[in-house]
Design a protein around this ligand. Sequence first.
Ligand code: SF4
Length: 246
Amino acid sequence: MKFRLMGITNLSTVDWPGKLVTVVFFQGCDLRCPWCQNVDSIDPSGGKNADTDEVIEHIKRLGPIVDTLVVTGGEPLFQPEACLELLKNAKGLGFYCAMETNGGNPQALERLLPYLDFVAIDIKTPLSDSKLYARVAGQMRGTDLTNKIKESLKLAISSKAEVEARTTVVPTLNDDERIVARIANDVKDVDCLRLQQFRNQCTLDPSFQKLSMPNRERLLELARIAKREGLKSVKIFTVEGGLETV
Ligand code: SF4
């Protein structure tokens, strides 16, 4: 099956502690987060043509070294059929399968969940605040989007996959104690909440490049607030400290 591919990282040992990972980056995203740092991945016509059969063969060859396949983007569920094809095959080959998604396509997620061991879903702001969500995600249709993300979260939690909610802490949008507490409350049933640092290089909206990155201490402070909401696990991810459990 043909699809648009942004690229493949054959072997990563740093992003997923304890795992030897191949990452497939799908091209295209349905959101337009103004602070997005993966700008080249957004345009659906960007990247290059690829074929799922060829990518599966490639993954097979990496099999002796790699044990995990991560599909990400862009937004992998922007091309659900190709994503399903890859995950189904990788699972059949015995890979641990993981996906990072913005959560905006619950119907597609439901079809993929049987093949996923791990799913990370972006929770960019509290799900009860559709106006703010629309701003953070660069969308007009905030209510529609938050309803879809709520559905994705529900489906993922009721599946066998490990579920991580991910929030990028962006100054002027969600770098706020009350907002983070509300996000934590929305995702109480996930296995982990990861707060990650906004980076001010190459953002979709150039005005975000003038903002300072929240530092590790700030993320630790917010993570402690999130933890008080009763979450099983809270992690932070920063340039200074990498991935840390709080
Ligand atoms: S940050 Fe937003 S726009 Fe960028 S890839 Fe993720 S969901 Fe898409």
